[in-house]
Design a protein around this ligand. Structure first.
Ligand code: HEM
Length: 119
């Protein structure tokens, strides 16, 4: 299926990241931040597309054209948690090899309802 072929290859991505070691300016602006799923859900269309994998928030806007599975299938995870779908298709792929540089933060942990009160 030609449609699945990305417009840019992962070799292009590696070259881009070598030239742009902090592509989103995350390190320059103080590192990772804490977000809620509600904030993530607002970034569900260009020019800002966020997704979540195992509690980590990624801004995948710049990655879309490099995805070997094509951009269309990614649309289902814009502004959402993609953990289940990611693992369904390729749990064997170490995600940060590809989008580690697009990591922007993590999901704020909800207080456990089992935590003792007053702690
Ligand atoms: C945004 C983070 C993602 C990264 C870094 C990523 C990375 C990759 C890589 C490296 C491949 C090639 C696998 C291989 O050749 O063995 C691939 C293929 C694929 N990915 Fe992803 N993926 C991501 C998200 C997703 C999501 C969320 C889905 C589903 C909703 C998905 C669906 C697929 C499919 C269906 C293929 C197979 C394409 C084929 O067989 O030709 N990916 N992905």
């Amino acid at each position: 299926m030609r449609k699945k072929v990305p417009s840019k290859s992962h070799f292009d991505l590696m070259k881009f990241l070598k030239e742009n070691p902090d592509p989103l300016g995350v390190e320059a602006s103080g590192g990772l931040k804490e977000y809620t799923m509600e904030e993530v859900s607002k970034h569900n269309s260009p020019p800002s597309i966020w997704t979540v994998y195992n509690g980590i928030v990624y801004d995948i806007t710049m990655y879309l054209d490099y995805h070997p599975g094509g951009v269309d299938i990614l649309k289902s995870v814009y502004g959402k948690d993609m953990t289940e779908l990611y693992n369904k298709y390729h749990s064997y792929i170490k995600i940060d090899n590809f989008i580690g540089k697009f990591k922007i933060g993590y999901i704020k942990k909800e207080k456990s309802k089992f935590a003792p009160s007053g702690v």
